[in-house]
Design a protein around this ligand. Structure first.
Ligand code: DAT
Ligand code: MG
Length: 194
């Protein structure tokens, strides 16, 4: 476990692609002063940098697959340490994608206090992603890759929720409503940490 992050409040934000994780995290940042770390955004920044590591990642992400565990975790940890002095807590968005990633995170960084499970129906997620794809410029916001990402989500990520349910830290948030309705429930969950 890392020293600088020893007492950090950590929230895992888990949900399917397009469920609204990023949208809700931005609102938590504004209201609570948390630091939002999206593993996908960190990876996309690496790709945009044009580095050799980025080129490898780019191919994997375009196939809708998961990138190697150590790569993502190192990037998250670096970003957390960089913010350790100013952050009220951390939103870890889109990670863990599979149970093993959660276990490694806890070994290298520490345990989460809460897991926000952002839950939307798969039709809703597809609809939102297709719409987002009109402007996002994301190589994975297309119909074929969306289907693969959803399949992988149900197979690999849903077990993550079951794993943390065993510890009693999961708060399930219905994400079918408007952004503000969803946020009112997110805020209740975050408030419960204080
Ligand atoms: N409650 C909501 N109602 C309608 N649209 C929403 C919504 N939450 C998010 N969206 C929109 C914003 C994005 O264009 C798209 C995906 O949201 P996102 O926050 O990028 O999802 P994620 O980060 O989980 O992939 O859906
Ligand atoms: Mg996102």
């Amino acid at each position: 476990m890392s020293d600088k992050l020893k007492n950090a409040k950590i929230i895992f934000v888990v949900g399917g692609p397009g469920s609204g994780k990023g949208t809700q995290c931005e609102k938590v940042v504004a209201k609570y002063g948390y630091t939002h770390l999206s593993s996908g955004d960190l990876l996309r920044a690496e790709v945009a940098s044009g580095s050799e590591r980025g080129k490898n990642l780019s191919a994997i992400m375009q196939r809708g697959e998961l990138v190697p565990l150590d790569t993502v975790l190192d990037m998250i940890k670096e970003a957390m340490i960089a913010k350790a002095d100013v952050s009220k807590g951390y939103l870890i968005d889109g990670y863990p994608r599979e149970v093993k990633q959660g276990e490694e995170f806890e070994k290298k960084i520490g345990p989460p206090s809460l897991l926000l499970y952002i839950d939307a129906k798969s039709e809703t997620m597809v609809k939102r992603l297709m719409k987002r794809g009109e402007t996002s410029g994301r190589a994975d916001d297309n119909e074929e890759t969306i289907k693969k990402r959803l399949d992988l989500y149900y197979k690999a990520t849903e077990p993550v929720i079951a794993f943390y349910e065993g510890r009693g830290i999961v708060r399930k948030i219905d994400s079918e409503g408007s952004v503000d309705d969803v946020f009112s429930n997110v805020a209740k969950a975050v408030d419960s940490l204080k």
